[in-house]
Write a protein that binds this ligand. Structure first.
Ligand code: HEC
Length: 394
C-alpha cells in the first residue's frame, strides 16, 4: 500500500508541476505581451496594439483588439484548464500527504488538536478563505484599493498566525499556499472566465460588448500576479526547515510574502517608481533571513558539557531515535525506505550527514518527525556537541 501511495504522490506531483508551469508560464507571457504591445503605426479599428516576435525559428505577429458586434472568431483559444488541473492535482496532493497519512499534519510540540479537527479546519479555511476574499473585493470597500489590499493582508496574517499555532509548521505553510492557490484558481474560473463569456455572448448576439467587464476581471488577474511568487516559495518551503520550523515561522512566511509580492511589483509595475519596490523586497528578505537563523546553541554551562561525546553514545542515540525510519531495515513503515534519501546504518553515513543531522535534529528540531521516537533535549544537545567537535568516529 505504501509504495502505491508513493507512486500516487509522484504522479500527482509531476502533473501538478507541469500544469503549474503551463498556467503560470502562459500568464507571464500575457503579462509581458500586454506591456510590450505598441499602438500600430497606422490606426486600425478596434486594434489596441500589436507586435512582432521571433521564436524557435518562426516569426509571429500578434494583435490585441476588441471584436466588434457580431464579430465572433471562428476559433477562439481559452486558457483555463492549466489552472484547473494545477488546482485538482494540488488539492489531491494536500489530501494524500497531509490528510490521509497525517504524519506531517500535526506536531505535538505545537498544539494538541486531533487529526479530524485539523482536517476540518484546513477544508473550512479553503472554502471560507475564498468566500471572504471574494466578498471583500466585491464590496464597496474595494473602491479604496489600498484599504482593501491592507485588509486582505491583515486577514492573511491572521490566518497564518492561527495555522502556525495549530498545525505543524510545514502543514501550516502548505495550507497558506493552498489558500492562495485556491483563490487564484477561483479568480480565474469564477470571475475572469465568466466575464469573458459575457463579453463573447454580447458580441455573438450582435450587441457591443461591455469591455469594462474585462477591466474588472483584470483586477483579479493582477491579484493573482502578486500571489504567484509567494505561492511558489511556499510550494518549495518543505525543503527548508529553517523557515517552517522556526518559532517565528508565521513572521518568516509573511516577510517572504512581502518580498515575493514586491519583486513582482518591481518587475511588472509601471513607471520608474515601481522599480524601487526592490528595496522593501530586500529588506523583507533580510528580515526573514534574520528571523530564520536558529539561535546559536546556548553557551556550554560547565566543563562537562563541553567534552566531546564518544561515538558509541552518539550511535546509540541515533539507533534509538532515528533508525526506526532512516534504515534499510526500518521498523516504522509510515514512509518508504530511506525517507529523504537518508539512512544511518553505518558510522560513515552518520558522519557524512553530520551537518544535516545538526540542522534537523539540533537546530530546527524537525527530526525525528513530530518527535515520534521521543528524542529528549539532552540527546539533541549531545548530538550538537559531537557535531561541533567535528563529528569524530571515536
Ligand atoms: C517517523 C520517521 C522519522 C524519524 C524517527 C526520523 N526521521 Fe528524518 N526523515 C523522515 C522523513 C519522512 C523525511 C523526509 C521529509 C523531510 O525531509 O522532512 C526525513 C528526512 C530526513 C533528512 C533528510 C532531509 C534533509 O533535511 O537533509 C535528515 C538529515 C533526517 N531526516 C534526519 C533525521 C535524524 C537525525 C533523525 C533522528 C534524530 C530522524 N531523521 C528521525 C522521517 C523520520
Amino acid at each position: 500500500m505504501n509504495w502505491l501511495g508513493d507512486w500516487a504522490n509522484l504522479l500527482l506531483r509531476w502533473t501538478h508541476f507541469i500544469a503549474g508551469i503551463a498556467w503560470i508560464g502562459s500568464s507571464f507571457y500575457f503579462i509581458w505581451l500586454d506591456r510590450t504591445l505598441t499602438a500600430p503605426a497606422i490606426a486600425r479599428p478596434g486594434v489596441e496594439g500589436d507586435l512582432w516576435m521571433v521564436h524557435s525559428g518562426g516569426f509571429y505577429q500578434v494583435e490585441k483588439r476588441r471584436p466588434g458586434p457580431g464579430e465572433v472568431p471562428p476559433v477562439l483559444h481559452w486558457f483555463k484548464w492549466e489552472a484547473m488541473l494545477t488546482w485538482i492535482t494540488g488539492i489531491s496532493l494536500l489530501v494524500l500527504v497531509y490528510y490521509l497519512s497525517g504524519a506531517y499534519l500535526l506536531d505535538p510540540g505545537t498544539a494538541r488538536i486531533g487529526r479530524g479537527t485539523a482536517i476540518a479546519l484546513g477544508i473550512a479555511l479553503l472554502v471560507f478563505g475564498w468566500l471572504v476574499y471574494d466578498w471583500l473585493w466585491r464590496s464597496p470597500l474595494a473602491r479604496q484599493r489600498g484599504v482593501a489590499a491592507g485588509t486582505s493582508l491583515a486577514l492573511l496574517m491572521g490566518v497564518t498566525v492561527l495555522l502556525c499555532r495549530l498545525l505543524s509548521g510545514r502543514a501550516a505553510y502548505m495550507h497558506v499556499g493552498s489558500l492562495l492557490g485556491t483563490i487564484m484558481v477561483a479568480n480565474v474560473w469564477m470571475r475572469i472566465l465568466p466575464a469573458q463569456q459575457q463579453m463573447l455572448d454580447a458580441t455573438r448576439a450582435g450587441r457591443p460588448a461591455d469591455f469594462t467587464l474585462g477591466e474588472r476581471a483584470k483586477q483579479r488577474s493582477v491579484h493573482n500576479s502578486y500571489m504567484t511568487f509567494p505561492l511558489l516559495f511556499i510550494m518549495l518551503s518543505n525543503h527548508y526547515p529553517a523557515t517552517y520550523a522556526s518559532p517565528a515561522n508565521w513572521l518568516i512566511l509573511l516577510l517572504l510574502f512581502v518580498a515575493g509580492a514586491a519583486v513582482r511589483h518591481a518587475m511588472i509595475g509601471r513607471g520608474r517608481v515601481a522599480k524601487w519596490a526592490v528595496l522593501p523586497a530586500a529588506l523583507a528578505l533580510a528580515a526573514a533571513i534574520f528571523f530564520a537563523t536558529p539561535k546559536g546553541a546556548a553557551a556550554p554551562a560547565s566543563a562537562a558539557s563541553t567534552s566531546v561525546p564518544a561515538f558509541v553514545t552518539v550511535r546509540s542515540v541515533i539507533a534509538q531515535r532515528c533508525l526506526p525510519c532512516h534504515s534499510q531495515f526500518q521498523s516504522d513503515g509510515t514512509f518508504g525506505p530511506a525517507p529523504g534519501g537518508v539512512t544511518f546504518d553505518t558510522p560513515e553515513s552518520i558522519a557524512r550527514l553530520a551537518q544535516r543531522i545538526n540542522v534537523r535534529a539540533v537546530e530546527t528540531k524537525t527530526m525525528p518527525l513530530a518527535n515520534k521516537t521521543g528524542m529528549t533535549p539532552e540527546e539533541r544537545e549531545l548530538l550538537g556537541r559531537w557535531i561541533a567537535a567535528g563529528a569524530p568516529l571515536r
